[in-house]
Design a protein around this ligand. Structure first.
Ligand code: 4NP
Length: 152
């Protein structure tokens, strides 16, 4: 079983969307995977996803209301095979927690799944409007489909 963790800053917008989207694809494709998400900050720990993330996902018939934010911990380096971060800042924050090369190699920018080597970022939609969440949904769906194909 492959174990996949999605990481952003707050774990209330981008990474719970990735969690919900990839969970849906994995179910349809019968993938044997464990999926979780976390934030580098503890600011929103225990909270449900942002209401705009919930409604964007609900409009695609994906329910993420069961998810609750938690902070990324060093134990996640052992508990997961793939740690997909949303942007460069998440990458810095996560890799700063280890000096171990084996752990460091698990940390990847998620959009490189769809656009290898381009190091694209999923923009933080928190301070914008609903259209930001729609944009994030599309980018994450493309990367999730590629990841599912690769893990098949
Ligand atoms: P996320 O978005 O990292 O995609 O969950 C954010 C959520 C909250 C904050 C920033 C980004 N915040 O500053 O509280």
């Amino acid at each position: 079983m492959e174990k996949v963790l999605f990481v952003c800053l707050g774990n209330i917008c981008r990474s719970p969307m990735a969690h919900g989207i990839f969970r849906e694809i994995a179910k349809k494709e019968n993938l044997n995977v464990k999926i979780d998400s976390a934030g580098t900050s503890d600011h929103h720990a225990g909270e449900a996803p942002d209401s705009r993330a919930v409604s964007t996902m609900a409009s695609k018939n994906i329910d993420i209301t069961d998810l609750r934010a938690r902070q990324f911990t060093r134990a996640d380096f052992d508990d997961f095979d793939h740690i997909f971060v949303m942007d460069d800042s998440n990458f810095e924050n996560v890799t700063a927690l280890t000096k171990n090369e084996e752990h460091r190699k698990k940390v990847k920018l998620f959009l490189n799944e769809a656009h290898p080597g381009e190091n694209r970022n999923v923009p933080d939609p928190y301070f914008g409007g609903d259209e930001g969440f729609e944009h994030v949904y599309k980018m994450i769906t493309e990367a999730s489909n590629r990841l599912a194909q690769r893990l098949k």
